[in-house]
Write a new protein. Structure first.
Length: 161
């Protein structure tokens, strides 16, 4: 599986265009809220990150990365925005968020599970959205959004899907 940050960037662009088209095609009463649109974009970013994780695992004998920063080649730090959810203005992001990969592990809006044997590949950090939901990407690259308490139960029980 060959996947790069360049592919992730194009996937994000395609997803954003799809979201815009879907929003305009829906009847006015059924249009998505701004938060729902941002959550859909975050789901797409999470899936892209998970594809990077699985590619890393494939290239490293089945070993999972210990941190998000391991997923970013030194020559591709210009694409770090994929590791930050679209939930807040750029002014509230940490200094260097677009160029310094070393801050990913502390400041990214996404995380990797502590137990790499889980069927969970990556997830949004808790508290990201006002509705209290969190998105999780599984090894089959499906993304599921659930409330925080269900997510905590899923992590504690070691179950998935």
């Amino acid at each position: 599986m060959s996947f790069s940050l360049q592919n992730a960037r194009w996937s994000l662009i395609a997803a954003a265009l799809l979201i815009v088209v879907v929003c305009f095609l829906k009847p006015a009463g059924n249009r998505l809220s701004v938060m729902q649109i941002k959550q859909l974009q975050s789901n797409t970013q999470l899936k892209g990150i998970s594809e990077l994780v699985l590619a890393y695992r494939s290239k490293n004998g089945g070993n999972m990365p210990r941190s998000l920063s391991e997923l970013v080649p030194d020559d591709q730090t210009d694409r770090l925005s994929v590791f930050f959810a679209p939930n807040e203005p750029q002014l509230q992001k940490p200094a260097g968020w677009l160029t310094n990969k070393t801050i990913l592990d502390e400041s990214s809006d996404y995380a990797l599970p502590l137990h790499p044997n889980s069927n969970i590949v990556a997830f949004e950090k808790l508290g990201l959205w006002p509705d209290g939901t969190v998105a999780i990407c599984f090894t089959n690259l499906s993304v599921k959004r659930m409330n925080a308490s269900d997510f905590k139960t899923l992590l504690n029980d070691g179950h998935s899907q």
